[in-house]
Design a protein around this ligand. Structure first.
Ligand SMILES: NC(=O)c1ccc[n+]([C@@H]2O[C@H](COP(=O)([O-])OP(=O)(O)OC[C@H]3O[C@@H](n4cnc5c(N)ncnc54)[C@H](O)[C@@H]3O)[C@@H](O)[C@H]2O)c1
Ligand SMILES: [Zn+2]
Length: 377
């Protein structure tokens, strides 16, 4: 049956793909998006890729009156609106708290206090709330590694060690039951968004689900936002003849999930009854090193270039984090469908059409800014 669906942040990367999927399924969609300048530039117009069969409201979720009117008219709310720079959040603290935590509090306040017909809320959360992923020690079993200390990193020792016996650790998949260890204001803001949403959902009997996305990649990831998206950053550099710059030794691992599969999870969270009150990891369960990412991208774009391993590090960066996706597979029937190499080819094709020189300069400026703040060493 067709539903009225509100997507906050629906003009962004993930939101716009979700909107296409929902329209294809025959739903009515309204997008509430403030068109953040870092993502959409100064023009303040909806992006060209945004589906034309939607109602677009150019406003922040922080606007109580507008959000109230919209919530009253919608059966389902996807809450994706957030600003998304991990490093940047460590010095633009007020902005991140305001846009992400306060923005979410407005939506929840309306759900708690005003009449509405919302039957389902789905909140975008993030793998960053785990900090360092789970790991196994030969002596102590499964442990939660601490963030690596400044003194260790300054010696260029990138490994993770057992918090109990100090033996080297082997990374394993991270399940939803793992405790939080946010290492940035951005991560904390996602943790709070998720926890506030689930709490209000439970208290007022509103069916709520949080999805912890791992590293999402695909067409439409903001080329103007230099603070996010390593696949887009490396591809854009490679296409312009610039070498990808890799922090640490490049052997840190991440879980890259294609935006198509993220949409699959978002739709399952709405359709499946047993998603109620739950959190799910959304990834692939497959580790990829940052060096592999650079090599795959160079192979497909500019095979003459070699990535540069900078042996520099960013404060708060983790070594490994890969999703255990057994819960979302078993409960919702999720199955990742896009192979990383195939997904990268699609991304490259899109960036070839879109890339701009301005963007490369943005990346360099962003890195300079992080270095000035002492967040890259
Ligand atoms: N991309 C990833 O790898 C990733 C990983 C984990 C979680 N997430 C989460 O997924 C969601 C979508 O991320 P994305 O990658 O599409 O980012 P994006 O920057 O492309 O999209 C976010 C959208 O939200 C809008 N927005 C920001 N603050 C707003 C506000 N206060 N009111 C209304 N609109 C606002 C922006 O204008 C933008 O269009 C975010 O919540 C993000 O934290 C993304
Ligand atoms: Zn140990």
């Amino acid at each position: 049956m067709s539903k009225n669906i509100l997507v906050t942040g629906g003009a962004g990367f993930i939101g716009s793909h979700l909107v296409d999927t929902l329209i294809e399924k025959g739903h009515e969609v309204t997008v509430l998006d403030s068109l953040d300048k870092q993502v959409h530039g100064n023009k303040q117009e909806p992006p060209l890729y945004l589906n034309k069969d939607i109602t677009f409201i150019h406003e922040s979720v922080e606007n109580y009156d507008i959000a109230k009117k919209l919530i009253q008219d919608h059966d389902v709310i996807y809450h994706l609106a957030s600003i998304v720079g991990v490093g940047q959040s460590m010095y633009e603290i007020e902005r991140y708290v305001k846009k992400n935590m306060h923005g979410t509090s407005v939506l929840l306040d309306i759900l708690a206090n005003c009449e509405h017909s919302t039957q389902k809320v789905i909140i975008a959360s993030s793998n960053t709330i785990y900090g360092e992923g789970s790991a196994k020690c030969n002596n102590c079993g499964i442990v939660k590694p601490d963030l690596r200390s400044e003194s260790q990193l300054s010696l260029k020792d990138w490994n993770i060690y057992c918090p109990k016996c100090k033996a080297p650790l082997k990374p394993i998949l991270t399940p939803e039951s793992r405790s939080f260890n946010s290492s940035s204001i951005y991560a904390l803001s996602k943790q709070v968004q998720e926890q506030m949403g689930l709490l209000i959902g439970k208290t007022y009997g509103i069916n709520t689900t949080a999805l912890r996305f791992f590293l999402v990649y695909g067409p439409r990831q903001a080329l103007s936002n230099p603070y996010t998206g390593v696949c887009s950053i490396f591809t854009n550099r490679a296409l312009k003849g610039e070498t990808p710059l890799i922090f640490e030794d490049g052997l840190q691992t991440r879980d890259f999930v294609n935006v198509k599969d993220v949409c699959q999870a978002l739709v399952l969270a709405m359709e499946k009854k047993n998603a109620e009150g739950e959190v799910f990891n959304v990834g692939t369960g497959c580790p990829t090193t940052i060096k592999q990412v650079a090599e795959i991208i160079l192979e497909k774009t500019n095979p003459n270039l070699k990535p540069i391993i900078t042996q520099k590090y960013r404060t708060g960066d983790i070594r490994h984090c890969v999703a255990d996706i057994s819960k979302i597979k078993n409960k919702l029937g999720y199955e990742p469908s896009v192979d990383f190499r195939e997904g990268i080819v699609q991304l490259i094709e899109w960036i070839k059409k879109e890339s701009s020189l301005e963007y490369c300069n943005n990346i360099n400026l962003a890195n300079e800014e992080l270095e000035k703040k002492g967040l890259i060493k």
